[in-house]
Design a protein around this ligand. Sequence first.
Ligand SMILES: Cc1cc2nc3c(=O)[nH]c(=O)nc-3n(C[C@H](O)[C@H](O)[C@H](O)COP(=O)(O)OP(=O)(O)OC[C@H]3O[C@@H](n4cnc5c(N)ncnc54)[C@H](O)[C@@H]3O)c2cc1C
Length: 383
Amino acid sequence: MQANRPRRAWESDEAAMFRASLRAFLETEAVPREEAWREQRFVEREFWHKAGELGALCPSIPVEYGGSGGDFTFEAVMVEELGYCGITSFQQNIHGTIVAHYIHQYGSDAQKAAWLPKLATGEWIAAIGMTEPGAGSDLKALRTSARREGDSYVVNGSKIFITNGMLADLLIVACKTDPARGAKGISLLVLETEGAQGFSRGRNLHKIGMHGSDTAELFFEDVRIPAANLLGAENDGFVQMMTQLPQERMGVAIGAQAMAEHAVELTQSYMREREAFGGRLLDLQVPRHMLVDCLRETRVSRAFVDDCITRHNNGELSAADASMAKLHTTEMLGRVMDICVQLHGGYGYMEEYRIARMYADARVQRIYAGASEIMKDIIARTL
Ligand SMILES: Cc1cc2nc3c(=O)[nH]c(=O)nc-3n(C[C@H](O)[C@H](O)[C@H](O)COP(=O)(O)OP(=O)(O)OC[C@H]3O[C@@H](n4cnc5c(N)ncnc54)[C@H](O)[C@@H]3O)c2cc1C
């Protein structure tokens, strides 16, 4: 089901055209496959190639590097449409909204020319490894080390919970290049995974939701990464991550907002059809008030998210406001999803109903890309 949604104030004619072609593509190519992706627990390369042909993998990377040449609103459109289609398996967000932008922002001309076109076509799939078994929220505590030896870095350590990690051909690895300097001793290295000696992937981790998105453990045992694959300057990694995380958080916020809106649409249409006590569920006062609460939550949140999209697109969004958008939308999503499942009754608990799958998929939004508590800390620093 696709509802008619109002055009966003930030949406240019080009972004609207991109949305229309993307929606048609997702409805024909992704929606019918989502079930299979959840079963096999990854999205096959063939789909990545098709998305690349459409220009959907790197929508806001310049054309000279193979991207679609749009601005951040194209990324917003992409994340929204995935949310409205109920697709959580395909993690373009990590690939194109996040990794491609690290490369575009910090890469040399040679690095950009070598890697970005491959990401834009889907020839290569990208991931980023920051989190480790002993360091998630506290990123500066990461222990994966990179020791300079001649014209290479020798990397040792491990990463966990890495989205797209099972398939990644290109992996940004956050490493300690100067362990004594804490946050000031972190660098970002790009590993080309094919044939990389000492690099291995562990399990495709089993999650309570988002079953079609692969999530990996990664291991590095004396892995040699050419020094030429350093992104930007040595020991700049922490600042680079802190600079890019607002865009990652906006991606999560926009997705959570779209998911919540879609949950309300699904629930409203279910309540129109469902009969109870001689009439429609939608006509009973308590259930319809519950739905109104959800509608109110999503509508009010939409105004803030749209404002943040506009400001981020203009380069004016603060890290605190990106954190507030992520905090607010993901917490709101949790409340809305809970009510929407309740309004579906027993059917809401059945996996064959999209609302049940969305409920499970929604839970992690409050945890990854910085947990809600960390978002509050970032906002609190501005007080
Ligand atoms: C499905 C999935 C996909 C992911 N994808 C990626 C990826 O692609 N790349 C990547 O690098 N990482 C990824 N992650 C990791 C994710 O970003 C981390 O799990 C998250 O940042 C939390 O870190 P942690 O799990 O170590 O929890 P911890 O840091 O151990 O925190 C546990 C909980 O303690 C609380 N807490 C921690 N510190 C504080 C504090 N200072 N103040 C108040 N409360 C606090 C929070 O509630 C937090 O949720 C993914 C995780 C999941 C589940």
